[in-house]
Design a protein around this ligand. Structure first.
Ligand SMILES: *Cc1c(COP(=O)(O)O)cnc(C)c1O
Length: 457
């Protein structure tokens, strides 16, 4: 039954876009472990990161204590193009499920790049411009990050070089053209343009690529090109910081109508949308002010949280990036060609890894054909065609709502709908034709990769 006092779509006003990002690390007792220099094994110093990253972003990356960072005025102006994003009550999905649960989703797909990634792309391009750089390099998996960054670079007049994981480059040629429309150059990875790309191709001929390998290529090009830095669309602390705008708006919308969430769910690739969505709620939980169940949903083909090790590992296949302590499957783990390209990363945000390790959140892994069933049910009931990545969160919410149906509990579930799936129709086609496989790595396979983790305590 519709709740008369609460709109189905809660839209905040433009002046309610947050004025500061929230840094959940400030409220963590156990801080995420520092990045280590792969050469010395010592914590990275800011000056060691400077050849790779933008200065201001390094400061954000390393700051475990400042709770709020002001959002620059120019960034807020760009946010106004597509924010605030709506928090929507999924009445039709609830009805189809026959659940007493109340399901809300925060929809981040309402911009041309089609995902939440624009929230951080705009911030990162802004700081690169402030520093007087010529351009940035990056990797992209499914293509959403590359698209978001291309848009942001077009706004700020920066050059943008994108290494796109080969399997996505081939499956999603239109994504590539969107990026080129915004002025970016796009190279399939692994490529012959970098040392590491040539090495990976020699070692693994015919590989479909991975995020870890595209990262190595993009870093190599940034470090070797004057006036360029490398930017990353997920995993890093700075990205979770920028994405906190999702959670801050969600909390403001819930608070406005006196709604209390019980369960908060997000899909987890590198952890940025989930980290951003849960940030203010996790802050309350860490400070002992409120309690929530927080659930990460990941693909069973790339199960970093649920079957990975909590250990120092390389962020990239080429082992050029700093070591991060995180839940990881091993930096040369190349997952089966799952269709949720944005979730095919071997590691996980160090912030979320620490929170998970300390018991503040849960994680589940789900097979991709169930994810697409949930995606289709969602499209048919709520109307939005979801991205495969986002559909992991949908499935997580559906499963919790079905538990409520059994127990009769009227829980309030909030999940992050990170994007739309218009560029994922090859995946939908496979699903509709019954040709989708559910490859799940064996324990032996995972153990083989885990055995190769660097030996750092
Ligand atoms: C990239 C992406 C994700 C996963 O990345 P996170 O950093 O874990 O949020 C999820 N959904 C969409 C639509 C994406 O583009």
């Amino acid at each position: 039954m519709a709740d008369k006092n609460i709109p189905t779509k809660i839209y905040l006003g433009e002046n309610e876009i947050p004025k500061a990002w929230y840094n959940v690390r400030a409220d963590m007792k156990n801080k995420p472990a520092p990045l280590l220099n792969p050469g010395t094994g010592q914590p990275m110093k800011p000056e060691e990161l400077e050849p790779v990253f933008c200065r201001e972003l390094i400061a954000q990356e390393m700051d475990n204590d400042t709770a709020y960072f002001d959002i620059p005025g120019e960034v807020r102006e760009f946010y106004k193009m597509f924010r605030p994003s709506p928090l929507i009550r999924a009445y039709q999905l609830e009805k189809a499920l026959g659940t007493p649960a109340k399901i809300y989703y925060k929809f981040e797909g309402n911009n041309t790049s089609g995902s939440h990634k624009l929230n951080s792309a705009i911030a990162q391009a802004y700081y690169a411009k402030q520093q007087g750089l010529k351009g940035v390099t990056t990797e992209t998996g499914a293509g959403q990050w590359g698209t978001a960054l291309s848009m942001a670079c077009a706004f700020f007049g920066l050059d943008c070089k994108v290494f796109m994981v080969k399997v996505s480059y081939e499956q999603k040629p239109f994504r590539r053209e969107v990026m080129r429309t915004y002025g970016a150059s796009v190279t399939p990875s692994p490529s012959m343009e970098t040392q590491i790309g040539r090495k990976i191709l020699a070692d693994h001929p015919g590989t479909t690529g991975s995020l870890g390998c595209a990262i190595s290529e993009a870093v190599e090009v940034a470090v070797g090109s004057e006036g360029y830095r490398y930017v990353l669309g997920s995993v890093l602390n700075q990205v979770l910081l920028h994405q906190s705008v999702i959670g801050l708006e969600t909390k403001a919308a819930l608070d406005k109508y006196g709604i209390k969430a019980d369960i908060i769910i997000g899909c987890a690739g590198g952890g940025s949308n989930l980290g951003g969505l849960i940030a203010p709620f996790m802050g309350e939980k860490l400070r002992g002010e409120a309690d929530y169940r927080i659930i990460a949903v990941e693909p069973s083909s790339c199960p970093s949280f649920t079957r990975g090790r909590f250990a120092y590992d390389f962020a990239d296949t080429g082992m050029v990036c700093p070591l991060a302590k995180m839940y990881t499957l091993g930096s040369d783990f190349i997952p089966a060609p799952n269709h949720a390209g944005g979730l095919r990363y071997h590691g996980m945000s160090t912030i979320l890894s620490q929170l998970y390790h300390d018991g503040y959140m849960e994680a589940v892994s789900v097979p991709q054909s169930e994810v697409f069933e949930a995606a289709e049910q969602f499209a048919r009931t709520e109307g939005i065609l979801p991205a495969p990545e986002s559909s992991h969160a949908i499935l997580g919410a559906v499963n919790e709502a079905l538990k409520c149906k059994e127990s009769g509990e009227e829980k309030t579930i909030v999940f992050g709908l990170t994007g739309t799936g218009y560029f994922d129709m090859v995946a939908y086609e496979k699903f509709h034709d019954g040709k989708m496989d559910d490859y799940i790595p064996t324990d032996e396979e995972l153990a083989r990769y885990a055995a190769k983790l660097p030996n750092i305590k």
